[in-house]
Design a binder for this molecule. Structure first.
Ligand code: 13P
Ligand code: ZN
Length: 271
């Protein structure tokens, strides 16, 4: 059996959480990540028959029975993950009843998975139905995105248009735009269901006055989506109070999307 600390998926979780902490997206225990793993690959590092303990999830995820995820722990700080992965991360498998998580490794101080597990697992179900390659769901609290939710109309079309117009990269990176949820109590099944519903149409979902969710096939795609939104939101927050002399016109957004061959939300442009 190979050493789990050498597993690429543990190393990627460590590197990503450290990077996100340094970007300022994950103060204290803010943020959480779940990554769908390949059973065969996990079997090289762990005895899949050895369930350390079981933890009820509080909701049913029949579509994910038997699936294995590496998930950040609740209350754990992203800055600490790289120094003590076994305590701050866990590897769980959804049991045959669809409502129990079988702990295969981690949460070594008796902890458990993120309080946002409903939003993560329900979003995995949504994204897998759209793209079977989707492996990552990521949540964090980036500064400018969060600031923007205080001053911008929280309408999906409006906020997507504003972000597309902040810089050339935006429509190329997130042509599918952003889903928006109003402020809601976090950590509940209700916000999980609402997030997953949006994830059927979007890879990015903003939680007003809380943060953002991103989904992707790997860490690069998912972080790349969030950092591009955050950069555009930064441009907006740095300039929103100033007279605007230049902007990318709707016809130019269309030209850009066509030049890069991306499938954008055409009804979001006024042409
Ligand atoms: P957890 O510590 O339970 O992951 O919660 C952090 C968070 O960002 C809640 O939305
Ligand atoms: Zn949060």
């Amino acid at each position: 059996m190979k050493n789990i600390l050498d597993a690429p998926f543990v190393k990627e979780m460590c590197a990503t959480t450290a990077n996100m902490y340094r970007l300022g997206w994950d103060e204290r225990n803010g943020g959480n990540i779940s990554c769908l793993l390949d059973e065969k690959e996990v079997g090289e590092y762990l005895d899949l028959e050895n369930v350390i303990r079981t933890i009820p999830t509080g909701f049913e995820a029949k579509e994910l029975i038997g699936k294995i995820f590496i998930v950040t722990g609740t209350g754990k700080y992203f800055k600490n993950v790289e120094h003590d992965p076994e305590n701050n991360l866990g590897i769980i498998r959804i049991a045959n009843d669809g409502t129990t998580a079988e702990l295969l490794w981690g949460y070594s101080d008796g902890g458990r998975f993120t309080s946002e597990l409903p939003a993560h697992l329900m979003s995995h179900i949504s994204r897998l139905s759209v793209n079977p390659e989707n492996r990552i769901i990521m949540h964090c609290h980036p500064d400018y995105t969060l600031a923007m939710t205080q001053v911008h109309k929280m309408d999906e079309r409006e906020i997507t248009r504003t972000l597309w117009k902040q810089m050339t990269e935006s429509i190329v990176v997130f042509p599918d735009g952003l889903g928006v949820l109003p402020w809601m109590v976090c950590g509940t099944n209700k916000i999980g269901v609402a997030t997953a519903e949006k994830m059927k149409k979007f890879r990015l979902v903003i939680w007003t006055l809380h943060g953002i969710y991103g989904a992707g096939k790997d860490f690069d795609e998912t972080v790349g989506l969030i950092e591009t939104v955050e950069k555009a939101a930064k441009m907006y927050m740095l300039t929103a109070h100033l007279p605007r002399l230049n902007t990318i016109e709707d016809s130019e957004l269309k030209d850009l999307a066509e030049a890069f061959g991306v499938d954008y939300r055409k009804d979001y442009l006024d042409l």
